[in-house]
Design a protein around this ligand. Structure first.
Ligand SMILES: [Zn+2]
Length: 288
């Protein structure tokens, strides 16, 4: 099974996770910019983080055979802090970088006027920079938040085919299905969406424009929920090709719209890493 996890916060994860992900078939990921848990107090805190996403974390993932991409934005929660909003002025610099495949996560947390402003401004940046957009839906008041997000997306003039609405569930998926936006589901270990609920949604709504992610971060989460969902699909009677559509081809089609995905196998991994009569062409890249 080859897996593209389109939403995972690797900065919060360990090298053990990278190894387990590679062994599970994960070969490419998107790491959206988000909050740190601890509130940021200055714009410098964002720029150091963004530099880490396009620099260090991309390198770190490559050491484990995984192609790393990211999305850049002022997240909805911190859009409410005047000390953070100033970061909007430096975003264009980052949106021009290789490895940045969308504007995100943007959208709503508590649906405040400050969030409205940041959401609209950043959708406009996505249009201007010809990038897709990743929209986070709020964890509270989810139905209202999802509907309102779709209204803002429609008003912005961005092509809905270049927008993902993320963290959906059984209740919110239908509104998005008709909008033309892509639909993403974060699969968690013991709350919110689980693999079996995801399978039921795929049965009912089909596979088109559907993405599955682990959304793993510093909270209780599991970077292998994508694999578990693929396994649940197979046990429910979906074919290996259908699993590949959801876990690989759909995220590749969506983020490929950025023109910046790099998906070729990293040197030192995969078939090239096999030995010939006990000899490897590799030098120190991967020793198992
Ligand atoms: Zn996230």
């Amino acid at each position: 099974m080859r897996i593209f996890d389109p939403h995972i916060h690797m900065t919060s994860r360990t090298t053990d996770d990278y190894e387990r992900m590679y062994d599970a078939g994960v070969r490419a990921i998107v790491e959206p910019a988000f909050w740190l848990g601890q509130p940021r107090t200055t714009v410098g805190s964002f720029t150091d983080y963004f530099d880490g996403l396009i620099g260090w974390e991309r390198f770190r993932a490559s050491q484990f055979g995984i192609r790393h991409h990211c999305t850049i934005a002022l997240n909805p929660k911190e859009a409410n802090d005047p000390r953070c909003v100033e970061v909007l002025t430096v975003l264009p610099r980052y949106l021009a970088k290789d490895g940045v495949v969308a504007v995100g996560e943007i959208g709503y947390d508590s649906m405040t006027p400050a969030e409205d402003e940041a959401f609209e401004a950043q959708l406009a940046m996505a249009v201007e920079h010809d990038l897709p957009a990743l929209v986070h839906t709020p964890h509270r008041d989810k139905v209202t938040g999802t509907r309102r997000s779709l209204d803002v997306v429609a008003a912005s003039g961005i092509d809905p085919g270049r927008v993902i609405i993320d963290h959906l569930n059984e209740v919110t998926v239908d509104a998005v299905l008709d909008s033309g936006c892509w639909m993403a589901f974060s699969i968690y270990p013991d709350t919110k969406m689980d693999p079996d609920r995801m399978v039921a949604i795929l049965r009912r709504c089909g596979l088109e424009r559907m993405l599955v992610n682990s959304a793993a971060d510093w909270g209780r989460s599991d970077p292998l929920r994508t694999l578990r969902t693929g396994e649940a699909m197979l046990s429910a009677g979906f074919t290996a090709d259908e699993v590949d559509t959801v876990l690989w081809r759909n995220p590749v089609a969506f983020y490929g719209q950025s023109g910046r995905l790099v998906l070729d196998e990293l040197p030192g991994f995969g078939h090239a890493a096999e030995t010939f009569e006990g000899n490897s062409v590799l030098r120190g890249a991967r020793d198992r």
